[in-house]
Design a binder for this molecule. Structure first.
Ligand code: SF4
Length: 562
């Protein structure tokens, strides 16, 4: 009788500068590990951290011949889609009775912390047989072939080619399936010339390497065959460098290579719903503005709407920038934001979201910082507002200090003296003074956000998000339970970091008072009049009973008369 080998793969979630894997995102780490286990004939049970927390499947640990845990955050974040595995949960897991070897890998190799503004601990855990100091999939494969524990094993792109294809089907075991975004790997390491930013763990990869287009397309096809329709080029520190030419000033973007990449992925999944990217190094745009513009235009031709190009600005205080080897000053950052607005500020469809906008990452807790350091950031954001430029989101985080990054040393010599009060004041100022302005520019009243998935309900308000890069949080006013879990929403109002809307098209003869009241220009009195006068056969009938007949003209095509 053939005995089936059993494996447990626990997805503790990952977040690092160039890779994200908190639901609805699924990271390459778990897909590759699943592929390795498949290639060795294992029957693998895949669990997410949230599933583990609820069910604590001790028997899955006890009966597994091998256990792999992927985990670790090297950038702080707050997540709506799931809660990463904590150290105490990991310790509990390691202490459970088992017969199989336990592999632990992912960004956790850099150390452990869950909070921004804190120093990471070097991880020492009893009960872990192999703490993978490089690539968990390579260490796992080596062990399964030889029985030897080699935590430092690394993989090549040639090696992961098959694992990536075999691992694609793990998506079907994900509790969010098929509502998933597959984080795709394009490259790894940092392409920057002239040293690394002090805080960044991506520099730990000694060389910058790129994955062949054919391999990316093959994995996309395997994921599409397993039901995935949303993809992000997130495992990549700089989309503009992909396929570019190495020069003394950095990698010069090659628009034709980006075209080749996007065309191959589109060809591998012709019905894809989302194709987004993430990191974009502002230094590349500063060094090669013409080639960057050509590349950005190519991205905007092939991507799907609502894309975000994340720029690591970190701090615009000149002394902090110098000490931490940060990328750009305020003038350069301004030029970069202008260029992305030119390439991606348009909308591909009427009432759609902008094609691609900049996202700004600021970081506090850097070496040399003081209370006045945030003023330069503030002046920069004011200029964006004055110039009528748009950014999709502004992330303000506190650095996590990892042992082997330059920041670990620098922050001992020149610790941040900004203090929590100054940090919160700066952050709150952005949330109150800048975010609301930008949100109205990104999604003005009347914007239709497609395919919003309802995630929770609080009375007559539901909350949901579409799939994609940094999706907008949408509050949906519904007097009745929506018929579908995934709906289109027309924006009717704005909070500071979320929009409010109603299901679209608006079924004027059947929807509730709250939805009608929320229509732009309607309010309580007109809503009452509409409710009393319905049903209407057409828009003209509706307009005729209003004291200002043209008040709904701007959104008339979004109204349904059933
Ligand atoms: S440019 Fe800086 S932030 Fe970007 S990957 Fe390199 S070291 Fe990290």
């Amino acid at each position: 009788m053939k005995v089936t080998k059993k494996a447990l793969l626990l997805d503790g979630y990952v977040d690092e500068p160039a890779c994200f894997g908190v639901p609805p995102y699924i990271s390459p780490y778990v897909r590759y590990a699943f592929g390795v286990l498949e290639s060795h004939g294992f029957e693998t049970r895949y669990l997410t951290a949230d599933q583990w927390r609820i069910t604590c499947q001790r028997e899955a640990v006890a009966e597994a011949d091998i256990i792999t845990v992927i985990s670790g955050l090297t950038v702080p974040g707050r997540y709506r889609g799931g809660s990463p595995l904590t150290l105490s949960e990991l310790k509990d897991l390691c202490g459970l009775p088992r017969k199989g070897s336990l592999f632990l890998g992912g960004p956790i190799r850099h150390g452990y912390t869950l909070k921004g503004g804190s120093k990471a601990l070097d991880l020492v855990l009893d009960g872990v047989d192999c703490l993978c100091t490089r690539d968990p999939e390579a260490a796992l494969d080596h062990f399964l072939k030889t029985g030897e524990l080699r935590p430092e094993k690394t993989r090549t792109y040639e090696k992961i080619r098959r694992w990536a294809q075999l691992g694609a089907k793990v998506v079907k075991a994900h509790p969010f399936y098929p509502w998933l975004v597959a984080e795709l790997e394009l490259s790894r390491g940092c392409d920057r010339k002239g040293g690394r930013c002090s805080f960044c763990s991506e520099g730990a990869f000694s060389t910058y390497e790129e994955r062949p287009v054919t391999d990316i397309a093959e994995e996309t096809k395997a994921l599409a065959d397993s039901g995935v329709t949303a993809f992000r080029f997130g495992r990549c520190s700089n989309i503009l460098s992909y396929g570019g030419t190495d020069t003394l000033c950095g990698i010069r973007p090659e628009p034709s290579k980006i075209k080749e990449l996007y065309a191959a992925v589109r060809g591998a999944c012709p019905d894809l719903e989302v194709l987004h990217t993430d990191n974009c190094n502002p230094l590349t745009i500063a060094a090669f503005p013409d080639e960057s513009l050509g590349t950005l235009e190519e991205i905007c031709r092939w991507n799907t709407e609502g894309d975000v190009l994340s720029l690591g600005i970190e701090s615009l205080d000149p002394k902090v920038r110098k000490l931490n080897n940060l990328k750009v000053d305020a003038e350069t950052a301004l030029r970069v934001v202008r260029l992305i607005n030119v390439a991606g500020g348009h909308r591909k469809r009427k009432r759609g979201l902008p094609t691609a906008l900049p996202g700004l990452n600021f970081l506090a807790g850097l070496a040399g910082e003081d209370k006045g350091s945030f003023e330069a950031n503030r002046l920069f954001l004011k200029r964006l507002v004055e110039e009528n430029l748009t950014v999709r989101r502004i992330n303000i985080r506190q650095a996590m200090i990892f042992p082997r990054t330059p920041l670990a040393r620098l922050s001992k010599e020149n610790p941040s003296k900004a203090g929590k009060k100054a940090f919160m004041k700066w952050k709150n100022w952005v949330r109150e003074e800048i975010d609301p302005i930008m949100l109205k520019r990104v999604a003005p009243t009347g914007t239709v956000i497609k395919r919003v998935r309802i995630e929770e309900r609080q009375g007559r308000l539901c909350f949901g998000r579409p799939l994609g890069s940094y999706p907008l949080l949408v509050g949906i006013i519904t007097s009745t339970e929506p018929e579908c879990e995934v709906i289109d929403v027309v924006v009717t109002d704005h909070g500071s970091r979320s929009v409010t809307g109603i299901p679209c098209p608006v079924d004027i003869n059947r929807c509730g008072f709250e939805e009608i009241e929320a229509l732009p220009g309607i309010g309580k009195a007109r809503a009452r009049r509409i409710i009393q006068a319905r049903p209407f056969a057409c828009y003209q009938d509706l307009a005729a009973i209003l004291d200002e007949p043209g008040v709904l003209d701007g959104i008339s095509e979004l109204l349904a008369f059933r």
